[in-house]
Design a protein around this ligand. Structure first.
Ligand code: MD3
Ligand code: FE
Length: 207
């Protein structure tokens, strides 16, 4: 649908970042890949790999392996601290989050080929008062969001490069996922294409 009804608490800002700002953001993310390369996390217990590749920026990064999900200050393979969150993303948070502390984590998800993300809730953070901010780069995707109970009605939204979502209030614990990426719909990532999503989060309760 052209103007889907979004659940309460979701703010959608299509085209928030123009082409130049997207390119600058991507260059900053790429510059951090030496210290913090993409990896494919494993599901807790089973060790089954995610189809999405991940890395992080910021004081804390989200990781998953056989022992569970957690936030930690260093890359699990290089042992290096995660590179800093780009200034453009700190500015975005300060403008849109309506939350009086900066984000601590920026999860970088890379979708290539048939990568997708099943419906889930984000509940590994201590502070659900802070929203999650999402920035899409590269190919379009079909994003789906429902309510706070599994199995309820969902709304689908096609996200494009430069789009921003703010997930706050009631939507902070909404089930959500990425059903598919549309190859060749974005030019930003160039050779190989794909989609990158950046999510900004507050992890700990501010003291
Ligand atoms: C709704 N990422 O990293 S971003 C994730 O496109 C994640 O890579 C997806 O779900 C992606 O956890 C979706 C939009 C998003 C992010 C966080 C949310 C939607 C959300 C948290 C609560 C509710
Ligand atoms: Fe999520």
């Amino acid at each position: 649908p052209l103007a889907p009804r979004l659940p309460p608490g979701v703010v959608y800002r299509p085209g928030f970042f123009d082409a130049a700002a997207q390119a600058a953001l991507l260059a900053e993310i790429r510059a951090g890949l030496t210290d913090a390369p993409f990896g494919r996390p494993e599901m807790p217990r089973t060790g089954k790999p995610f189809s999405v590749e991940m890395t992080n920026r910021g004081a804390l990064g989200w990781v998953s392996d056989r022992s569970g999900y957690r936030y930690q200050p260093r890359h699990p393979v290089t042992g290096r601290p995660w590179p800093p969150i780009p200034d453009a993303l700190l500015s975005l948070w300060r403008a849109l989050a309506h939350y009086p502390h900066d984000p601590q984590a920026c999860l970088v998800n890379l979708y290539r080929g048939n990568a997708r993300m099943g419906l889930h809730q984000d509940r590994d953070e201590e502070d659900f008062d802070a929203p999650v901010l999402s920035v899409s780069l590269g190919d379009d995707c079909l994003f789906r969001i429902g309510g706070t109970a599994r199995g309820g009605a969902t709304t689908s939204l096609r996200l494009a490069s430069g789009d921003v979502l703010v997930l706050g209030g009631e939507s902070r614990l909404a089930f959500h996922g990425v059903d598919r990426v549309y190859p060749g719909t974005g030019t930003l990532l160039g050779e190989g294409g794909g989609r990158i999503n950046l999510t900004l989060r507050r992890v700990t309760r501010p003291s």
